[in-house]
Design a protein around this ligand. Structure first.
Ligand code: ADP
Length: 230
């Protein structure tokens, strides 16, 4: 199964992707996580990426596409993936479509997790991320068992540099201008399903599962089998 999670910053794409990884046995491919890994490096490219991200702007397509392409080549992505944060504009969506076409593959679904602007800020400013494994928490809605410590790996939780209010407002603007048009793009392709992102993570997950219900899910046995079929 190959699908995309779309939606504004803070809509819960990352949280949902993490839950779905366990359920479907396919990896989450998060462009934000891939870019943050490079941004943490002490290199010119790392500093360049961090600059774009801290301003709330998109990292140029050529870099993002290269990272995504490399990630697709890993063995665990053969049987499917959940894309989170990619594609983020129409040209990235076209590049993704072309790449899948060449491999004789297709997307099964694009799930847009919708959330009104006023809730986005509340969610993002309370968000905490694990420095080690990128797992996400919210100080009120999804607190870790021990404050400041990741439940999954014991890593330190921090507030992302781009989760401050001014940057979040810029990210919302960039979403409206660049990413929102993808809703129409995927609607025309007959792939779009919109789900309400309000409520608890498990409630949102249920809505997503309903949308994905009709898609054939490989059994756990065949999930790691590396079939190139769609
Ligand atoms: P969110 O969905 O909450 O905005 P992400 O982790 O997906 O968080 O993205 C954080 C930042 O990483 C974005 O503001 C942008 O600078 C960069 N980024 C992530 N994905 C892409 C992408 N596909 N293309 C360009 N820039 C990206």
């Amino acid at each position: 199964m190959r699908f995309v999670l779309l939606g504004p910053p803070g809509a819960g794409k990352g949280t949902q992707a993490q839950a779905l990884v366990t359920r479907f046995g396919i990896p989450q491919i998060s462009s934000g996580d891939l870019l943050r890994a490079v941004a943490r490096e002490d290199s010119d490219l790392g500093r360049e990426f961090a600059g774009y991200m801290d301003r709330g702007q998109l990292v140029p397509d050529e870099f993002v596409l290269k990272l995504i392409s490399e990630r697709f080549r890993k063995k665990d992505a053969r049987s499917g993936f959940i894309l989170d944060g990619f594609p983020r504009n129409v040209s990235q969506a076209e590049a993704l479509g072309a790449r899948l076409d060449r491999a004789g593959l297709k997307l099964d679904k694009v799930v847009a997790v919708m959330l009104p602007d006023e809730e986005i800020l509340e969610r993002i400013t309370g968000r905490r991320t694990c420095r080690n494994c990128d797992a996400m928490y919210h100080v009120v809605f999804e607190p870790p068992k021990k404050p400041g410590v990741c439940d999954k790996c014991g890593g330190e939780l921090y507030q992302r540099d781009d989760d401050g209010e001014d940057t979040v407002r810029e990210r919302i603007k960039v979403y409206d201008a660049m990413t929102r048009p993808l809703l129409d793009y995927y609607k025309r392709l007959g792939l779009l399903a919109e789900v309400d992102g309000k409520g608890r993570p498990d409630e949102v997950e249920k809505r997503i599962l309903t949308v994905l219900e009709n898609i054939a899910v490989p059994s756990q046995d065949s999930a790691g089998g590396g079939s190139a079929g769609s």
